[in-house]
Design a protein around this ligand. Structure first.
Ligand code: BES
Ligand code: ZN
Length: 609
């Protein structure tokens, strides 16, 4: 089969070449804040007569390139935003389709690298050692090493990493050898399941580990280990077992979690073998473990079965939200799943309102041609519109038959990448093949075109509103300025229920008065909460109420967490009520934020970096 290039976010000519195996040999240099070393590739020729290999790069310092041991001719072409500088490598004559070339590139990362954050000892919690971690999704792997930086290409990996501090990578650790210098250790990891470049991950620092399940460990700073273990050990193995029943056995060996320093810009990142997670999950109440169910679910949706480009990203995130909510339902019942779906629907409405209902990025399959930065198109749309599409399909065909489709689909595309049209074809042939006339009729009525390409909200489903109703009823009471609240109001609520109450109040047409907002915070004990989700939601109410006594608390929080989910909305909301403070707060904290977060907040506030 002749491959076609269906990912617009790569400059590589991957239709002609396929990376089969990648060996990354790097030394982590904390002083220079750089990775230095060599990457070796087994590259398969999939066409006849292509004379060049083109790889993605971004701000890399390349020293030399060889093919089959002989020096190769190469050229780094001009940079264009946001895709970077394509690296053109000349290939010797006589290479035929099916041949595998041994390509080798010596390089180091530069200070413009967008995939890495380096922390000085002073920026870490115990202030003893430096720390570094990577975040490659969506298109930052190219700033670590030249690669076919597209989810449409999957390679197996060997990581050969030397560091003076503990190293974690997205592979299984096989050996660990102290070097002759008595200072550095070389860690070797193998990733035998082929993965896209965006799942390449590294972290190194003062990291300790503890067991949290029969095939799981948690890794984090030594002082944080005890709390992190407590937060996760009750649920992790249960999550894995439920997911295995829904799909099929877990294929990656271990499932571990690395809890990062507070500047980690996401809630979680599904790096294989080691999910990377924000420390805000460790809230002391086990109320945020659904993020781990989500990242674990990516072990099937995303990591094993992968969307072939960022245009079809819903195949990763929509499916993952679907599986995450099925895990939640298996543990806490169906109403819990619908409650979560209602929260998701609300988030979808918010995103769509923010973009405008006919915006390209509100489509299930957005057009990302012509140099769109996938980070800019990122929103809850692929998550929730994707989830709601699957939820609709499940209701249409019935839970029992949908549950048979799940393993069929994940088996068919395991270790592959696909687009939405292949999903459609697989779905239709599965359900048409069941021999059930009624189901056949139902699936014939699916408006695929409309579901894929209509911007704005999809048709709204019916939800079980048991849990949500309790939240809306309480929020409603707050509309009356004479309502006397008590801690009892929320005593039986889950963390998510409290969040829904706060969001509903924040969305009142006329905001609470500053006094009432303060009363809300003190009665429900929100300001002192260790749960940052709750605290941030409360601050949104306080800012809408223009409660000036809360502004400093907001500014402080913005200096303690770098998770974009909190930093971006809080910075924007603070900017609305006190631009001067918002700008000063950003100025003070921008060195603490991850490069991706820093760039996003600068855009949000309309300031140059
Ligand atoms: N893969 C995403 C994070 C991501 C997406 C990073 C796009 C870079 C680009 C991860 O699985 C995720 O969705 N995390 C969520 C948590 C989840 C419970 C919705 C997050 O970070 O908030
Ligand atoms: Zn996800």
């Amino acid at each position: 089969m002749v491959a076609t290039k269906r990912d617009p976010s790569t400059l590589s000519n991957y239709a002609s070449w396929l990376t089969k195996h990648t060996t990354a040999t790097f030394t982590i240099d904390f002083d220079k804040q750089s990775l230095k070393g060599r990457v070796d590739y087994d590259i398969l020729s999939r066409s006849q007569g292509e004379r060049e290999i083109v790889l993605d790069t971004s701000y890399l310092d390349i020293a030399s390139i060889s093919i089959g041991g002989s020096e190769a001719k190469w050229e780094l072409k001009d940079r264009s935003e946001p895709l970077g500088s394509p690296l053109h490598i000349s290939v010797p004559e006589g290479v035929a389709e099916g041949d595998v070339l041994k390509l080798s590139i010596e390089l180091q990362t530069t200070k413009h690298c967008t995939a890495l954050q380096w922390l000085t000892p002073a920026q870490t919690s115990n202030k003893k050692h430096p720390y570094m971690f990577s975040q490659c999704q969506a298109i930052h792997a190219r700033s670590l090493f030249p690669c076919q930086d597209t989810p449409d290409v999957k390679s197996t990996y060997t990581f050969n990493i030397t560091s003076p501090l503990t190293v974690i990578a997205s592979g299984v650790l096989t050996t660990e050898t102290l070097n002759k210098d008595d200072v550095t250790t070389t860690y070797i990891f193998e990733q035998k399941v082929p993965i896209p470049a965006y799942l390449f991950a590294l972290a190194s620092g003062d990291i300790a580990t503890a067991r949290i399940g029969s095939r799981s460990k948690v890794a984090t700073g030594p002082e944080e280990l005890h709390d992190a273990k407590w937060e996760l050990e009750r649920d992790i193995e249960k999550f894995i077992e439920i997911a295995e029943k829904l799909v099929f056995p877990y294929r990656w060996g271990e499932y571990n979690v690395l809890v990062l320093p507070p500047s980690f810009p996401y809630g979680g990142m599904e790096n294989p073998v080691y999910t990377f997670a924000t420390p805000t999950l460790i809230s002391g109440d086990r109320q945020n473990v659904d993020v781990i169910a989500h990242e674990l679910a990516h072990s099937w949706s995303g990591n094993l079965v992968t969307s072939c480009s960022w245009e079809h990203f819903w195949l990763n995130e929509g499916w993952t939200i679907y599986l995450e909510r099925r895990i939640g339902a298996a543990l806490h019942g169906e109403p819990e799943r619908d409650f979560s779906a209602i929260i998701g629907w609300k988030a979808l409405e918010d995103s769509i309102n923010q973009y405008g209902a006919d915006h390209e990025y509100t489509k299930l399959i957005p057009n990302l041609q012509d140099g769109v930065d996938p980070d800019d198109a990122f929103s809850t749309v692929p998550y929730e519109k994707g989830f709601h599409f699957l939820y609709y399909l499940e209701k249409l065909v019935g839970r029992d038959s949908f549950d048979k489709f799940i393993p069929h689909y994940f088996t068919k595309y395991a270790e592959k990448s696909l687009d939405s049209f292949e999903f459609k074809e697989t779905f239709l042939s599965f359900f048409n093949g069941l021999g059930d006339e009624e189901i056949k009729k139902k699936v014939a009525g699916i408006d695929w075109e409309g579901r894929f390409y209509t911007p704005g909200l999809p048709p709204k489903p019916e939800f079980d509103t048991t849990y949500a109703d309790q939240c809306y009823a309480l929020a409603e009471k707050w509309k009356d300025p004479s309502f006397t609240p008590s801690p009892e109001d929320i005593a039986s609520f889950s963390g998510n229920q409290k969040l829904v109450v706060l969001e509903a109040i924040q969305n009142f047409e006329s905001p609470l008065s500053a006094d009432r907002a303060r009363l809300l915070g003190s009665t429900y004990d929100l300001v002192s909460s260790k749960n940052v989700d709750l605290k941030a939601a409360y601050y949104r109410v306080a800012l809408a109420a223009k409660d000036t006594s809360s502004y400093q608390g907001v500014a402080d929080l913005l200096g303690r967490v770098g998770r974009m989910k909190f930093v971006r909305p809080l910075s924007r909301a603070l900017n609305k009520v006190d631009r001067e403070l918002a700008l000063a707060t950003f100025e003070r904290n921008k060195g603490f934020y991850h490069p991706i977060c820093r760039a996003m907040v600068a855009k949000d506030l309309g300031v140059e970096l």
